[in-house]
Write a protein that binds this ligand. Structure first.
Ligand SMILES: [Zn+2]
Length: 140
């Protein structure tokens, strides 16, 4: 008889303890919450389990609150870049180099245009063994 009672009590405790997390989260229906609170008031073992659960919850809340360092940049640096990202980075680099080259070409054209050299002399300078440039026509 005692064994049956203890088994029944253990089953009652097991049922109530399965509800503790829901009770802590405020997700237990009011009638069930009232029943679990009543059991906690008279069962030291379940009350101890409830207090431990609440303590763990409080500790976890402290860990997740407050200023935490932004770990994403470090994680992102460890992640292998996507192939398209690598291609896009190369394209951006090529575009920058091309723009720099066009700038240099434009500068060289301005310098050549600013030279007071006659077209014929310029042609002879660039192509000493070639034919003379037609009169009045500049090479650049
Ligand atoms: Zn109990």
């Amino acid at each position: 008889m005692t064994e049956v009672h203890e088994t029944g009590a253990a089953a009652a405790c097991e049922t109530r303890r399965a509800c503790l997390t829901a009770l802590l989260d405020g997700e237990l229906p009011p009638h069930d919450a009232t029943e679990v609170w009543a059991h906690l008031a008279e069962c030291p073992a379940c009350r101890r389990a409830w207090e431990e659960l609440a303590a763990v919850r409080d500790l976890a809340a402290q860990w997740t609150m407050g200023d935490t360092p932004d770990l994403w940049p470090a994680v992102q640096a460890q992640i292998e870049p996507e192939p398209w990202e690598t291609v896009m980075a190369e394209l951006r680099q090529l575009r920058a180099e091309t723009q720099a080259l066009w700038g240099e070409v434009a500068q060289l054209r301005r310098e050549l245009a600013a030279r007071p050299t006659p077209p014929e002399a310029s042609s002879r300078l660039l192509f000493p063994n070639g034919p003379a440039a037609p009169a009045g026509r500049r090479l650049v």
